[in-house]
Design a protein around this ligand. Structure first.
Ligand code: FES
Ligand code: FES
Length: 160
């Protein structure tokens, strides 16, 4: 078994090529090798959702994803969500509703919600809550997060 491998993938529209240890996680690659610290390191065992990124258009927990499994993948992190200095409607709604306190969970929530509304613009309340089931927040009590999510969904629907 090789102990290192050369990995090629796309991160936030940029090609990345790196020699990585075979046991390196995607989260370590993003935060430690690429300096993309917006993706948070929480539980490290796939329970909290703080490390959620998009991989090939689907939410993925970076802490339990081996970098080696990302060969050829397209990865998007929170750093790519605001474009040209403009907040994404989900980000703007979090700001408006003060839906972050410590903020540690926020990138994961925003990545999850952004993709939910891209895939399912008319997501029901049940679908919304189900999608957020793997994102934990210890501070807000979720009320403001859900209010922000509903507002962002309405803004995105009005743009269609
Ligand atoms: S840090 Fe990945 S799920 Fe908690
Ligand atoms: S705002 Fe602190 S964990 Fe969610």
């Amino acid at each position: 078994m090789p102990t290192e491998l050369t990995l090629a993938l796309t991160v936030n529209d940029e090609p990345v090529r790196r020699l990585v240890p075979a046991h390196r996680t995607l989260l370590e690659l993003l935060r430690e090798d690429l300096g993309l610290t917006g993706t948070k390191h929480g539980c490290d065992v796939g329970d909290c959702g703080a490390c959620t990124v998009l991989m090939n258009g689907h939410p993925r927990l970076a802490c339990i994803t081996l970098a080696a499994d990302c060969e050829g993948a397209v990865v998007e992190t929170i750093e790519a969500v605001a474009r040209g200095g403009d907040l994404h409607p989900v980000q703007a709604a979090f700001d408006h509703h003060v839906a972050a306190q410590c903020g540690y969970c926020t990138p994961g929530f925003i990545i999850t919600l952004r993709q939910l509304f891209a895939d399912n613009p008319n997501a029901t309340e049940e679908e919304l809550r189900h999608a957020l089931g793997s994102n934990l927040c210890r501070c807000t009590g979720y009320t403001k997060i859900l209010a922000a999510a509903r507002d962002a969904q309405a803004v995105l629907q009005s743009r269609r």
